[in-house]
Design a protein around this ligand. Structure first.
Ligand SMILES: NC(=O)c1ccc[n+]([C@@H]2O[C@H](COP(=O)([O-])OP(=O)(O)OC[C@H]3O[C@@H](n4cnc5c(N)ncnc54)[C@H](O)[C@@H]3O)[C@@H](O)[C@H]2O)c1
Length: 382
């Protein structure tokens, strides 16, 4: 297939590009380095050095002999994206090109405006480019489990049947996001659903939980091919922060009571899930929503896991609760459904002790580059 990956320099985009090129697909990636610029602007640089996108593509070519086409361009510019669609003619577009940090979106007005305009404009441009240049193209869009928030009822996969005064209809599951970033994802979903209804697009919206891991079949071949690994409070996930804190001898900082439960998945499973969506396209005029995670953990459970494995490796790991910089429930009901991807054939890689140990070992190799000043919360919700 001709696969267009928007946001191809990112944590998910780059491993996706290599994996699908490795499977014989023709892959084109687009990125404007927004993530790299924002990371520098907020002193949140990644732990491992990541060559730029063109260099990564060259390294990949020398390692695997395969070409990944690269375009350095801004997906909020319709002409850029339109030209790529016209010249590449994608059969599937994987849309990762968004500002993905909840804390970044909460810094100030400028960060809020950038997040809102970037994320919605890229999505609108993808929709129009498909309508104008590739109406058969399957849009695979990355949403987030954070769109649902933490309601006191089970979370369904995208839709909820509502019975009202004796009549029934399916609606998008009610969403109440906990940050402006997550709210842009809700708005993306509404935008996609609108154009599916009016213009017959084919869309899969993947409600993904936080992803962890650096190892894929392709990135394991050369450290210069590793995905971005951010460990700071703005672009790093809780898993990455805990791994780096464990290695640096800084107590693992649990926000508040630590009862916040989320659904996590291994990077290898993101690659599988997106591929399953790609190989099983939906009909035109359909919006398929799949909840993309494999297991749930509370923050306390994650901290305990990293402590146990770290101590077993001879690290001195402690856990410390700090005031929660976010506005979120610290103890809550959480029961999201996630059978759709399993039904399509997903074979999960779980967060075993071995997997945690492997991630700690990789971070240990780069211990000298850890900057402890980046880890504690610098952004507060209010
Ligand atoms: N990583 C996770 O745990 C996770 C979880 C849930 C959802 N997601 C979603 O998956 C997608 C990818 O996430 P990620 O972790 O790889 O983030 P990332 O920031 O590493 O990758 C996104 C890439 O998109 C690029 N980009 C952003 N705006 C762009 C624009 N206007 N034009 C061109 N390129 C642009 C960035 O430069 C970056 O390289 C995002 O939409 C994110 O919201 C990620």
């Amino acid at each position: 297939m001709r696969v267009l990956i928007l946001g191809g320099d990112g944590y998910l985009g780059w491993p996706t590009a290599m994996a699908y090129a490795n499977k014989g697909h023709e892959v084109c990636v687009v990125d404007n380095y927004l993530r790299r610029h924002l990371a520098v602007a907020t002193s949140s640089e990644a732990l491992m050095p990541n060559p730029n996108l063109n260099d990564r593509a060259e390294i990949w070519k020398s390692v695997a002999g395969e070409t990944i086409w690269t375009v350095i361009g801004d997906c909020t510019d319709y002409r850029t994206i339109s030209d790529v669609f016209k010249s590449f003619g994608p059969e599937v577009v994987i849309h990762y090109a968004e500002q993905p940090s909840a804390p970044y979106s909460m810094i100030d007005f400028d960060s809020a405006r950038l997040t809102l305009s970037n994320n919605l404009e890229t999505t609108l441009n993808v929709i129009w480019a498909v309508m104008e240049h590739a109406p058969e193209c399957h849009i695979i869009k990355l949403g987030t489990m954070g769109e649902y928030g933490t309601p006191n009822i089970d979370i369904e996969e995208g839709w909820l049947e509502v019975e009202h005064k004796g009549r029934k209809q399916n609606f998008l599951y009610p969403r109440q996001a906990g940050s402006l970033y997550h709210t842009t994802k809700v708005l993306d979903t509404d935008l996609l659903w609108f154009y599916v209804r009016t213009h017959g697009l084919r869309v899969t919206d993947l409600m993904q939980g936080p992803v962890y891991g650096l190892s894929t079949e392709e990135s394991d071949q050369d450290d210069r091919l590793l995905p971005n690994f951010h460990y700071d409070d703005i672009f790093g996930t809780v898993v990455n922060r805990f791994l780096v804190q464990a290695v640096a001898g800084i107590p693992l900082t649990v926000y508040g009571k630590g009862g916040q439960v989320r659904g996590y998945l291994n990077l290898k499973d993101t690659l599988q899930c997106v591929e399953l969506a790609m190989n099983n396209p939906v009909e035109k005029g359909s919006l398929r929503i799949l909840n993309q995670f494999t297991e749930t953990f509370s923050v306390n459970e994650l901290a305990e896991k990293v402590r146990r494995v770290g101590n077993g490796m001879g690290l001195d790991v402690e856990i410390k609760s700090i005031e929660n910089p976010r506005k979120e429930l610290e103890e809550h009901y959480y029961n999201p459904q996630h059978s759709g991807l399993l039904d399509l054939g997903l074979e999960p890689h779980y967060m075993t002790d071995d997997v945690v140990a492997e991630m700690l070992e990789k971070v240990l190799e780069y211990k000298d580059r850890i900057d402890g000043r980046k880890i504690l919360p610098r952004v507060r919700w209010s």
